[in-house]
Design a protein around this ligand. Structure first.
Ligand code: 13P
Length: 257
């Protein structure tokens, strides 16, 4: 079954809402209908930008999707500083990143939290982009596949096969994030293929539909080779998504020589 590729730009904690408008406007006048029919393209800005992005995307009828970088486990209540899936759905978000390594590392998110956030996203009609991936020590010990599959198993615990089919998994080796050190296509495929195999074992044919992204220093000059791998369906792009020309070039990997 052909899966629609997805390129999602994770802006992390960059760009205020004025800068967000400028970037989305540049993307909107650069992408054409061929781009939007070849793949799904999304931006994942900070919370404070989402309303501005929504207004622009809706007002100008731009085929760009957008989402958030995190969500609360709960839907509402006394959780100072948190943003719920209910709120994100109301803002027209399609996606929400769950379990990014920076959330795991700097905010103590464990596998159980990630699982509860996946469930919070699904019950609000949001597509979780579930992030998994090993750090340097695990990679050097050769345990990267087992480690990543354990994270995935925990993240998807109790999720229905029908929901798994529609969600997105992002394999983001921590040693490749923001370092300029990109996984080789073969290394990325090894883990992305193992992710799909595990999903097939547990959730059956959902494995044919689920999209598996690679993330970690993806750029215009390495995207095409990564996208040739059979189990890589797109990218979760950090730094390169902040530069409109670079992000457009990443999304046009199909045109690269
Ligand atoms: P970089 O593309 O900057 O390495 O970031 C990857 C990432 O963490 C996307 O979520």
């Amino acid at each position: 079954m052909a899966r629609t590729p997805l390129m999602a730009g994770n802006w992390k904690m960059n760009l205020n809402h004025i800068e967000a408008i400028a970037l989305v406007q540049k993307l909107a006048y650069t992408f054409n209908t061929d781009d939007f029919s070849a793949l799904e393209i999304a931006v994942i800005p900070p919370f404070t930008d989402i309303r501005s992005v929504q207004t622009l995307v809706d007002g100008d009828k731009i085929a760009l999707k957008y989402g958030a970088q995190d969500l609360a486990k709960a839907d509402k209540g006394a959780f100072t500083g948190e943003i719920s899936g209910v709120m994100l759905a109301k803002l027209g978000c399609t996606f929400v990143i769950v379990g990014h390594s920076e959330r795991r590392q700097f905010h103590g998110e464990d596998d159980q939290t990630v699982n509860l956030k996946v469930q919070a996203a699904l019950r609000n009609g949001l597509t979780p982009i579930v992030c998994v991936g090993e750090g340097t020590e695990v990679r050097n010990a050769g345990d990267h596949v087992a480690f990543t599959l354990n994270q995935l198993k925990a993240a998807l615990s109790g999720v229905a096969a029908g929901d798994v089919a529609n969600l997105v998994v992002a394999y983001e080796p921590v040693w490749a994030i923001g370092t300029g050190e990109v996984a080789t296509p073969a290394n990325a495929q090894e883990v992305c293929g193992a992710i799909r195999n595990q999903i097939r074992e547990v959730f059956g044919s959902a494995a044919d539909q689920v999209r598996v992204l690679y993330g970690g220093s993806m750029k215009a000059d390495n995207v095409a080779a990564l996208m040739k791998e059979p189990d890589i369906d797109g990218g979760l792009v950090g730094g390169a998504s902040l530069d409109p020309d670079e992000f457009v070039s990443v999304c046009r990997y199909r045109l690269h020589p």
